[in-house]
Design a protein around this ligand. Structure first.
Ligand SMILES: [Zn+2]
Ligand SMILES: [Zn+2]
Length: 301
């Protein structure tokens, strides 16, 4: 069985936080990894409300350096220092992130016993393990901006029934089969493809602030979960374009064209607070399996 990915939407507002919605932040947890995607103002308190230990964070991905996505960073780093965080903290972001982080740590100078490693990514894989990888793609939002995907790779599994029938002995030979290598046992050849099957991986895509552009759909192709910023409905198409944002309808179109399974709308503007349905219906008109999240909502896949 594949292990689950857990998503917690810590903050779901756009530029101005409201009584109900905190600035942008999403926590993606998988095995020992807890990856925070953006860190808007007050994110550390959202951890407390969600009863999550801040010290579990392993990596922070920054979509871009607009205030609603990054104002929580100094507070979070300071609390980590006070909480005895001793891991290496990896921070990834678009071009300019190294300089911004250097300046930020100059202003908010605090004693810490952990190391911060800042890496810039402007497209392509930037972190990979045997099981999963993280990838970025450049977006269009007036300043350097990234979309991100978290991808669990397909796995090769042994077909236990066929193995039992074959009477192959347990041990390194089966290991080779699992790796896709053909083997010979007692003079007989066994082909890997006859004794293994593929367990499909998973993909979570996060597309925050951006103007619609041709790079989005191929990047998020076949996502199990596609998270998109939903700052405007298509009624405000003109404003969305002017401010370099997506409309909910465009989110629906991306989900449909990319053959994604489920669309999640976040980054909600206060102008829709009393009329969330407008955003939801706008996307659902194109792509049915759409959900609009509130602060502290959780999704597991
Ligand atoms: Zn924003
Ligand atoms: Zn922005």
């Amino acid at each position: 069985m594949t292990k689950k990915i857990k998503l917690i939407f810590l903050g779901t507002s756009s530029q101005i936080p409201t009584a109900k919605r905190n600035h942008s932040a999403i926590l993606l947890s998988y095995e020992g990894e807890s990856i925070l995607i953006d860190c808007g103002e007050g994110t550390q308190r959202q951890f407390r409300k969600a009863r999550l230990n801040l010290c579990r964070v392993t990596r922070i991905l920054i979509s871009h350096w607009h205030s609603d996505h990054i104002l929580g960073i100094p507070g979070l780093l300071s609390t980590l220092a006070l909480s005895g965080y001793t891991k290496e903290l990896y921070i990834y972001g678009p071009k300019g992130t190294k300089e911004f982080m250097r300046d930020l740590l100059k202003i908010f100078n605090f004693q810490k016993k952990y190391e911060i490693i800042v890496e810039e990514t402007n497209g392509g894989k930037f972190f990979e393990t045997k099981e999963f990888y993280l990838e970025s793609e450049r977006m269009h939002h007036g300043i350097p901006t990234n979309a991100y995907t978290f991808v669990i790779k397909d796995k090769s599994r042994l077909d236990k029934k066929k193995i039992k029938k074959s009477k192959l002995p347990f041990g390194p030979l089966l290991g080779k089969l699992k790796e896709g290598k053909d083997i010979t046992y007692n003079g007989k050849k066994y082909r890997a493809k006859d004794f293994t099957y593929k367990e499909k991986g998973k993909k979570v895509s996060v597309v925050l602030d951006t103007l619609i552009n041709e790079r989005i759909t191929p990047f998020v192709k076949n996502s199990d979960i596609l998270i998109c910023e939903s700052s405007f409905s298509s009624r405000n198409n003109k404003e969305a374009k002017e401010h370099l944002h997506l409309t909910s309808k465009q989110c629906g179109e991306i989900a449909k064209k990319s053959k994604s399974d489920k669309l999640i709308l976040t980054h909600i503007s206060q102008r829709y607070e009393g009329n969330i349905k407008e955003l939801l219906d706008d996307a659902k008109g194109v792509f049915k399996n759409t959900e609009l999240v509130n602060d502290l909502d959780e999704i597991e896949i």
